[in-house]
Every structure is written in C-alpha cells, then in structure tokens.
Design a protein around this ligand. Structure first.
Ligand code: ZN
Length: 429
C-alpha cells in the first residue's frame, strides 16, 4: 500500500539525534516511523547508509515568473529546488509585474502546485509596484497565501513607509522581510568598497549602506512590536546590530547566504561579473562575523537568494552585468562540505538552519520528520563527492562563483508530499 524507506539514518534537527529507522509513507503523509517496521505489502526502497533530512526550506528565491522567464520559470525554479533537496521555498515579488495583487499570488501558488516539485510560498510586495510610495493590501494578499512582505531587490527608502508596513504586518502576525539598502549610500557601486574595488578602479558599496537600514528597521520593529526579518546579512556591523537587538528583545530574525559565508571580495578580482552579487561579497572579517553569527544564533537561517540570470546578461561585465547567483542546487552540499564535513558543526545544526528555523519563523509546516507530518524529506549521500558543473543544473541560470568546487553531501532523492520529485541519476565524475 505505502512506500517503506528502509534503514534510513533519520536526522532530528531539534533533538540533534541521528537514528536508524524505517519511514512509512502513505499518501502525502508519514504514516509510521520506527526500527524494523513490517514490510508487509509495502513497496520497499532501500536507503541504508543514506541520511534523511526534513525537506529543506529556502526563504529567499527569485523564480523570475511572471515576466522574466528567459532567466527562470516556476517550473525550472522548483525543479532546481527539488534537485537541491528543498521541498518548500519562498519566492520574492520583484518580477515583472511586481507581485502586489492577490491574482498574482494565487497564480504563482497554483502553477507551483500544478508542477508539484516543491511548495511555493509567495512573498508579496510591501508597496505597489515596489515603488516605495503606497502600501499594498496586506490583509487580502495574506489571505491569498502571501507569507510575508518585501520590496526585495530594493530597500524601502522611507522610514515612515516602513513603519506603516510594520504596523500592518504586526496585525496579521507576518514578517516584514527587509532588503536593507540605503540608496543614498549604495549609489552605483558594483562590489564591496575596499582595496579590491580600488585596484579594479570601480565604484564600491560601503557596508553602512546595509547596516544603516538594518539599524533603522530594528528600531522601528522595537517601537511597533512587529517581526522584522533581515535578508542576506553581510557586514560585521549588521551582525552586531542584530545581536544587540535580539538581546534587547526585539522580534528580529535574519538570514545569511552560502556565498557570504564562504567568499570574500578577493574573488571578484578573478571572477569579475561572475562574483557580482547584492549585497556584495565583503571582507574576511565580515565573513567571519557572519559565520560566528550563524553559529551563535544571531543569524537564524540560511537562504540562497537564488537569482538566476542568462549567460548573456552576466557576460556584460562587472559594471554593467546584473547582481546575483543561482543557489538552490548547491546550497546544501556547499554548507555540508564547509561546516559539517570539516567537523565545525553537527549535521543536525545545519539542518536546523536550513529547514526547522525557516519553518518556525515563516509559520510554515515542516522542519521535522514525524508521524502525521507531510512526507517532505530529502535523502542525502554524505560521502558522494562531485565537482560543480553548471551544465547539469535544472535551473535555467548557470551563474555561480562555485564552478569546479568539489563538494560532498549531494541530495539523491527528494520526496515532496509523498511523491518522488527528484532522483539523482548523476554519478561521480
Ligand atoms: Zn535582496
């Protein structure tokens, strides 16, 4: 009747335990979990030697549809999610048009459900057209399925507008998701301000462009009692502002990307446009502060900021090319290889930051493997070693600075609501 995944090493990100168990899936849910379950009439799938994680959740993805389907579509973006072990993703509203109506929220959800690779939770715009002038209809958008509000891609420049948004979001119990960028400070920069930008002779983006707005929005969240979530935190000073705010009881959460945890602006000298991202790759002390922030809980979760572009667009160079990297298909292997395989943190802690924490803070189901829960899980082969080859991506985007990195811990099977949505047929190369 059901499907029995036999001999899995099940990782519990809450207790930190790893237990060898069988998982019985019936329909869309986990029907049973235990040691040596009777196989009876079930289809048996042998997964001994492999680790089973709750479906990964990415709170920050650009699916590019509607309007930019040359970069990515809901179909290819969710296929990429499944290939990366993600069963739920939140998508950003800076498409064309901007997601500021209930029709668009409903359309994205129904298209994602139609393809069925992953559950997509739209994040709706804070302001109409993301112009920063007039708030969207938060209640209606939330009712339609928006899990939060953001003008991501741009910062909300007006403190008064942000304050009004926080008041309205608090009434609904949803987060305001902040792309922190004060445009009077970031200007026309294309990379981090510093010695590398000077050597290359290009305009830099100072850290304060980000930290100033994070500090402002922490103050506004404190005053309004709203939940504010900081996107893709990158400078050391911003990590410190968030740490202090948390200590003062402000309802602030934050995410950090694999690229800000692993790379610095030094790499821009070699990769140029392929290392262009916003916020920019910063200095080594910023990178170290982000790592410490994640390990001590100041930064709650890992987000890819998956931002696909075409090769032609990225090929326009460091100054004229667009910001952004793809991330869905590499995030887990990158994080596993850097922090778990190297012995710095346990696997359960990484899974907590990539599944349990985003579920908790964005009020989503999931984040744990348990009887009665939706059968959303990811089977990973921790010993599988593979070189990053963008030609194999499901995403339309190939833009990653991690080309040719040798990584471990690749997803081999992704189960979304009981259905197999990804099987890794690629072998070691
Ligand atoms: Zn952003």
């Amino acid at each position: 009747m059901g499907r029995l995944y036999r001999g899995a090493t099940v990782v519990d990100p809450v207790t930190g335990e790893h237990m060898i168990q069988d998982i019985l899936v019936e329909g869309q849910v986990i029907a049973d979990l235990g040691v040596h379950l009777p196989t009876s009439t079930h289809e048996v799938i042998e997964v001994s030697g492999l680790h089973v994680l709750p479906g990964l959740i990415d709170p920050h993805v650009h699916l590019r549809e509607p309007g930019q389907t040359h970069k990515e579509t809901i179909e290819t973006g969710t296929m990429a999610a499944a290939a990366g072990g993600f069963t739920q993703i939140c998508c950003m509203p800076n498409t064309s048009p901007i997601v500021d109506t209930t029709e668009l929220v409903l359309s994205i959800r129904s298209q994602a459900d139609h393809f069925g690779y992953a559950t997509v939770h739209p994040i709706a715009a804070i302001t109409k057209g993301a112009k920063g002038e007039e708030l969207t209809d938060f209640a209606a958008l939330h009712q339609a399925g928006a899990v939060g509000f953001s003008d991501d891609g741009r910062g909300v420049q007006s403190a008064q507008m942000m304050r009004q948004a926080l008041i309205r979001a608090k009434q609904l119990g949803v987060p305001i998701i902040v792309h922190a960028e004060d445009e009077t400070l970031s200007g026309a920069g294309c990379m981090n301000a510093g010695a590398v930008a000077e050597r290359l002779g290009v305009d830099g983006i100072v850290s304060s462009a980000e930290t100033v707005m994070i500090a402002r929005d922490v103050i506004l969240a404190q005053e309004t009692g709203a939940h504010v979530h900081m996107c893709h935190v990158s400078p050391k000073a911003a990590v410190e502002v968030i740490r202090t705010a948390k200590a003062n009881g402000v309802q602030v959460t934050a995410e950090v990307t694999p690229h800000h945890l692993l790379l610095t602006d030094e790499i821009v000298e070699r990769l140029l446009a392929q290392a262009k991202v916003n916020p920019p790759l910063r200095s080594e002390s910023d990178r170290q502060a982000c790592i410490r922030g994640l390990f001590d809980g100041t930064l709650d979760m890992i987000a890819t900021d998956h931002a696909p572009h075409t090769e032609e667009e990225k090929g326009r160079g460091l100054i004229r090319g667009p910001f952004g990297f793809v991330g869905l298909e590499l995030s887990f292997p990158l994080m596993y290889t850097a922090f778990v395989k190297s012995g710095i943190i346990p696997l359960a802690k990484l899974v907590y930051h990539m599944s349990t924490a985003p579920a908790a803070h964005f009020h989503l189901q999931g984040g744990r493997i348990a009887v009665g829960e939706l059968a959303d899980f990811t089977v990973v082969d921790l010993s599988q070693q593979r070189r990053v080859n963008p030609a194999t991506f499901r995403s339309k985007g190939r833009n990653t600075p991690f080309v040719d990195s040798v990584l471990y811990g690749w997803p081999v099977l992704t189960i979304h609501q009981g259905r197999t949505v990804f099987i890794n047929e690629v072998t070691v190369d």
